[in-house]
Design a protein around this ligand. Structure first.
Ligand code: G3P
Ligand code: MG
Length: 253
């Protein structure tokens, strides 16, 4: 896979707009990001939607598990009002809608699959079917990632060509073996506990290393110095100051 840009908007641009909404994806683009990350899980009736948590409580006016709601009901929820009045009525986006927005904005994407334990294969296969059917041809292929090994195995089975990345909180001793076993070409890890020696080993192996969630310029510069290829940030403005001057007036925090 081609080298990704250093700045990847996290859940869109989660410091600027309600995470995992189309507004958040648009904010990331307006702030100068060229790639975004977002989370995908399934509605009860099997439609991939952008959503981080297992349940609706934190980021919508609904409650209970996402997996207990049909798409029709998810689409009635307000996924923006919790963030600020300017975003009231912002819906939970389908993956399909998000792909349309990515295409219009020319944004690449890392799709993080967050399957319920009982529906891992269904979540992966359905998500990849939607991608393979409707991914905007002008964009680079999406990068699929997951914390769950069985999701990555299902993704590899569903599409031998897919670009996959293993997500971990901490870089495990056996990272090389795990990447190999899961057919992953990149490692995505938590930034906070990453040690310089671990980064050096991954980078020396020629494996792209990307870190979440990095919202401070100083941390980003340190990681860049360690050879980290990209950081996932809630705040592209903090890490892309020149873009801010150009685009900042069209987006307010
Ligand atoms: O994909 C990077 C990052 O999003 C992983 O953690 O919990 O923010 O989805 P989380
Ligand atoms: Mg994520």
């Amino acid at each position: 896979m081609a080298t990704l840009p250093f700045v990847i908007g996290h859940r869109g641009a989660a410091a600027w707009a309600p995470e995992n909404t189309l507004a958040s994806i648009r904010a990331a683009a307006a702030l100068g990001a060229r790639w975004v990350e977002f989370d995908v899980r399934l509605s009860r009736d099997g439609f991939p939607v952008l959503f981080h948590d297992d349940d609706l409580n934190r980021t919508t006016n609904g409650s209970g598990p996402v997996a207990d709601q049909d798409l029709e009901d998810l689409l009635t929820l307000d996924a923006g009002g919790w963030f600020g009045p300017a975003f009231r009525g912002e819906p939970v986006p389908t993956l399909e809608a998000a792909m349309g927005t990515l295409g219009r904005l020319r944004l690449g994407a890392n799709i993080e699959i967050k399957p319920d334990v009982a529906r891992v294969v269904e979540t992966v296969v359905t998500t990849m079917e939607v991608i393979n059917r409707d991914w905007p041809p002008e964009l680079p292929p999406p990068l699929i990632s997951s914390f769950q090994a069985d999701a990555l195995t299902a993704a590899r089975t569903a599409d031998p060509e897919a670009e996959l990345a293993l997500l971990v909180n901490d870089v495990p001793e056996d990272w090389r073996q795990r990447l190999h076993d899961l057919g992953c070409g990149a490692l995505h890890c938590g930034a906070r506990r990453l040690r310089r020696s671990q980064a050096a080993a991954v980078v020396a192996a020629g494996v792209p290393l990307r870190c979440y969630t990095v919202n401070r310029r100083g941390s980003a510069e340190k990681l860049a110095g360690w050879g980290v290829q990209s950081v996932f940030t809630d705040d592209p403005k903090e890490l892309l100051p020149r873009a801010t001057q150009a685009f900042g007036s069209s987006v307010s925090k």
